[in-house]
Each structure stands twice: as C-alpha cells, then as structure tokens.
Design a protein around this ligand. Structure first.
Ligand code: PBG
Length: 343
C-alpha cells in the first residue's frame, strides 16, 4: 500500500488537541438572565429547562450562579410590572432591568450586557411604537381608528421606525446610567445603532460599547423565549422589521449599516440555521462577531435528549463548536452554565 496522505495520523489522542482549529472556553460565552418584576419567587421556564425568571431581589444570586461556572458575562432581559402602548417601563429609572443592573454591577464582577428592545414592554408585543400618538393602550388606538383595520379585522401593523428610535435611545441610556457595561439593541429598527451611539455619547457614556443584533432574522426559533419573556406579538408577526430567512446578501448590507453607525460587536441571530451568515460576516468585517444560539436551538436539543434520542452534553458542545468554527468570537447561549465547567 502506498498511501502518502494519511489524515488519520493526526487524529490520535495526544495530537488531536494540538491540531484542533478552534476550541471553546467559558470566556467565549454569554449567559442570558431573565429578571421578572411580576413575581417574588423564582419561576422555572418550562420550554427552557434549567432556566428561570427571577425577581429583582434574586438577580445578584442568579448572576453569581452563572459566575461560579466560569462564565463571566451575562445579558439581562426584563419582564416589567406593566406594559403600555409605548413601552414606557423600558426606560424607567426604576424599571426592572435598571434596578437589576444596579444591584448586579454593585455586587458582582460580571460583565453586564443589556438587551435593548421594546417588545417585552409594549402591550401589543411589537418591538417599537405603532403610532406617534401617545395613547395608553393599543386597543385604544385601534378603536380610535389610528390603527387601520382590514377586512379580516386584523389591525394593519405599522411599527413606526423613526418614532421608535427615541425610545430605544432612552432605554439604552438608562441602562448605561444604571451601570450596564454594554448595550445590545435587538429591535431591527433602521438607524438604531447611530441613534443609540449619539445618545450614549451625549450623556457621558462614550465608553459603553454597542453589540448590535445586526442580522436578526424573523425566526420561528424564538418561540420559547417569547414564553419566557412574555414578548410574543399580540397580533401579526415581525416580518416587516426582522430579516427574511431567505436572505444572506441582505445581511451584509444590514451589518455594514451598523458598522457605519458605530457598532462595536456584530451579532447574527439565530446561530445554527444561519452559520453561512456568521461565516460571511466573519470574512467581510474585522469586528468581533457574536452569534445568538437562541431559545429554540436550546429547547429542541433538550426535547430530543429527554426522549433519549440525543446525548445532550455532546450535541450542545458540538453545536457551540460549529458556531465557533463558522467564525463567531462570542456566543450567547442558554447552554453557557451547563457547558462552561466541562470545557
Ligand atoms: C427581542 C429579543 C428576542 C430574542 C432576544 N431579544 C425575541 C424576538 O425577537 O422575538 C430571542 C432570543 C431567543 O429566542 O433566545 N427583545
């Protein structure tokens, strides 16, 4: 036998790790944390085994649990005590995220990122305002005819892009004022990164970086998160503002717009069904690239493992490794705490 090329030579124990192209480390991972102003007890999230919504008083303890696993960064999501048409609790000084972030930054060394969006705070569940009028609730808007109704009695959805920018900016600034180390706008509002950058700079937060959800797709994989954060749209869907899953070239445009507006870290979301996009962003830009391994990607592996069809730890590790291999530097994942101690 004269086989000159034998790739198997480098697959033996002892050499495998020396020649591995990528590896995972706890410092690559960001753990999502849900803080809920409507509860005074920890509430398990049924579709996301191992995850909970915690009251503000438990936020520090929750983050300490994350830190003990070796994960250093968290992204905080909030469920407000009440919702209205304009999502005003998103930018309240005593809002759920603002209170939690103050406590977490005062009492832990975690790197604290905040999700900046309106959908958990609006009563209609969309990621922005539906009209420039200040009304108490979207039903009021609907009955007053501000939101048109079509033949099917479904209100025509028009999330007002430019009117939403101001609310996102106020939200990001209030997070920074509460001590957030980084803000992550996720509403797919055109111009959001530039507006937030200006707002942060003008309020003395020039050092707070922006991780933009730059290429965020209108994905069915967000289902479990919407249960967890109570952020499902009350009507319609998000296809008029989030990206069409068919489009990859458009993601490059979206990402360059955010780069021009001053984004520091570029995120692709979801991760596994969009690894082509992660790898294209990695090739085209020199910024750090983040990928969000979303709730549905987590839930489906858990569901299969529960049936005994997959080995959870192995498939979770392989999933995150593939995201790294595609080019992500940072991974937001619900597996962070479970995997970190084993890396
Ligand atoms: C918007 C937001 C969403 C997620 C993160 N930020 C939901 C959405 O766009 O519907 C989804 C994350 C996940 O599914 O894990 N605030």
């Amino acid at each position: 036998m004269n086989i000159t090329q034998r790739p198997r030579r480098l697959r033996r124990d002892g050499i495998r790790s020396l020649v591995s192209e990528v590896s995972l480390s706890p410092s690559d991972l960001i753990a999502p944390v849900f803080v809920d102003a409507t509860t005074d007890e920890r509430q398990p999230i049924p579709s996301m085994p191992g995850h909970e919504r915690v009251p503000v008083e438990e936020a520090v303890a929750r983050v300490e649990e994350v830190r003990e696993t070796g994960v250093e960064a968290v992204i905080v999501f909030g469920i407000p005590e009440e919702k209205d048409a304009r999502g005003t609790r998103a930018f309240a000084d005593d809002g759920v995220v603002q209170r939690a972030v103050r406590a977490i930054t005062a009492e832990t060394d975690a790197y604290v990122i905040t999700d900046v969006c309106m959908c958990e705070y609006t009563d209609h569940g969309h990621c922005g305002v539906l009209t420039s009028e200040a009304s108490e609730s979207w039903e009021e808007l609907r009955s007053s005819g501000v939101i048109e109704e079509d033949a099917d009695e479904e209100p025509t959805l028009t999330v007002k892009n430019d009117e939403t920018l101001d609310l996102l900016t106020k939200t990001a600034v209030s997070h920074a004022a509460a001590g957030a180390d980084m803000v992550a706008p996720s509403s797919m509002t055109d111009g959001m990164v530039g507006a937030i950058r200006t707002g942060l700079d003008d309020s003395g937060h020039a050092d707070v970086p922006i991780m933009s959800y730059a290429a965020k797709y209108e994905s069915a994989f967000y289902g479990p998160f919407r249960d967890a954060a109570d952020g499902a749209p009350a009507f319609g869907d998000r296809r008029h503002y989030q990206m069409d899953p068919a489009n990859a070239r458009e993601a490059m445009r979206e990402v360059s717009l955010d780069v021009e507006q001053g984004a520091d870290v570029l995120m692709v979301k979801p991760a596994l069904p969009y690894l082509d996009v992660v790898s294209a962003v990695r090739r085209e830009f020199d910024h750090p690239v983040a990928a969000y391994n979303v709730s549905g990607e987590y839930a489906m592996l858990h569901a299969a493992a529960e049936k005994g069809w997959l080995d959870l730890e192995a498939v979770a590790h392989e999933s995150l490794l593939s995201i790294k291999r595609a080019g992500a530097d940072l991974i937001l994942t619900y597996f962070a705490e479970d995997l970190a101690p084993r890396l």
